[in-house]
Each structure stands twice: as structure tokens, then as C-alpha cells.
Ligand binder design. Sequence first.
Ligand code: NAG
Ligand code: NAG
Ligand code: NAG
Ligand code: NAG
Length: 182
Amino acid sequence: MWLFVCIVLQSAPPVQGYNYSMVPVNTTVYMGKSTTFTCSIVPGNGMLNFTARLPLNSYTLQCPGKNLNFPSMSLYGSCDNKPNQNTASWQMSNIGSDVNGSAFICSGDGLDVQVGYLWITGASKYYLMLFGCVMGGFFGILIIFGVTYVSLKRSERLQECFKGKPEEEDDIEGVEEETIKD
Ligand SMILES: *[C@@H]1O[C@H](CO)[C@@H](O)[C@H](O)[C@H]1NC(C)=O
Ligand SMILES: *[C@@H]1O[C@H](CO)[C@@H](O)[C@H](O)[C@H]1NC(C)=O
Ligand SMILES: *[C@@H]1O[C@H](CO)[C@@H](O)[C@H](O)[C@H]1NC(C)=O
Ligand SMILES: *[C@@H]1O[C@H](CO)[C@@H](O)[C@H](O)[C@H]1NC(C)=O
């Protein structure tokens, strides 16, 4: 009889069990972009520790608790504690290759640790496009200047041709006419 009660008690799930409603996921971002890692626990009275493990340093956000801001690294940690859900998030912007492989580790009350990794990939299409436009614009302007210069040179020569030669011819004709008259 007591054995039966014990088995029932052990196999019964905890009444107020916490659970994650959102966990950090592996994320690949282009250099210079932004991303946010989020971890949430339900219900809202569950505690969270959310660690940003960068290659050089680790920072742990405890939620509910105070926000952690590191403007020099464009790294911002914040807590959002609501009755139905407690959320911790790390936001990173202007991401460089120096934070490649960072881990965002979430530990919720009585739950398994969840990890999301940050991978950085090469220059974004946007930057490539911008680069292309700038270089294209630069060479485009060079070409326009070149063409304009050459055509100006040519038109100067043409102008000289039109101005100079007919006069000479007139003179020669005049001389010829005079000689004929004499
Ligand atoms: C916790 O959440 C996961 C994913 O949403 C779900 O599969 C699991 O059943 C939940 N566990 C409990 C105890 O509610
Ligand atoms: C996230 O990346 C780690 C390390 O590369 C890997 O072990 C893990 O399986 C990945 N998780 C998911 C959900 O893909
Ligand atoms: C969070 O970290 C603190 C200090 O290390 C620890 O006392 C606490 O148990 C941790 N909480 C969770 C949910 O991991
Ligand atoms: C980030 O690390 C991964 C794995 O080590 C590597 O393949 C990738 O080239 C790295 N990215 C940058 C921008 O260095």
C-alpha cells in the first residue's frame, strides 16, 4: 500500500513545473548586422540566468534583475518580467568577426541548460552591393570625364579646322583671282 503511494508520488509531474517557452538558437549573421538571443521561462516567477560567453569575456544576466549594457561592445542584456512569462535577452549589433563562436547559455529554474551559438559569416550582400555601387560610380564618373575630355579636345580641333582652313583658302583664292586679273 505505502509502496503504491510512493510510486504514484514519484511518477506524478511537479504541479508548478517551470518550462522554457523560448530558448536561444544557433544563429549565423553577416558581419555588421544585428541579432538577439532570447530565453523565456513560464510561468513568470521562474528564474533565469542567461550568460553571454564571448571569446574574451562572459556576462551573466539574472532575470528578474537589472539590465546589463556594454555600449562599447554594442551588447545589451535585458530582463522582461511578466506574470505569465519571464524573459531574458541579449542583443548585439554591428557584429564583427571578433565575437564569432560566442555562446548564449540559458539556465532556468530546475531545467536543463540551453545553448545557442553565434556564427559570423562574410560581408553581407548589402555591403557588397554598396561596395559595387561605390566602385561602379567611381569608374563611371572617370569614364564620363574621360569621354567628355576627349570629345572636347576633338571639338577644339574641329573648331580650329572650321575657323582656320576656309580663311587660308579664301586668301589663296583671292591671290589667284588677282593674278588672273593681272
Ligand atoms: C516544455 O516545453 C517543451 C517545448 O515547448 C515541450 O515539448 C515540453 O512538453 C514542455 N514540458 C512541460 C513539462 O510542460
Ligand atoms: C548548435 O550548434 C552546436 C555547435 O555547433 C551543435 O552542437 C548543436 O547541435 C546545434 N544545435 C542545433 C539545434 O542545431
Ligand atoms: C543563477 O546564478 C546564481 C548565482 O550564480 C545562482 O545562485 C542561481 O541558482 C542561478 N539560477 C539559475 C536558475 O540557474
Ligand atoms: C567563424 O567560425 C567558423 C568556425 O570556426 C568559421 O568557419 C568561420 O569562417 C568564422 N567566420 C569568420 C567571419 O571568421
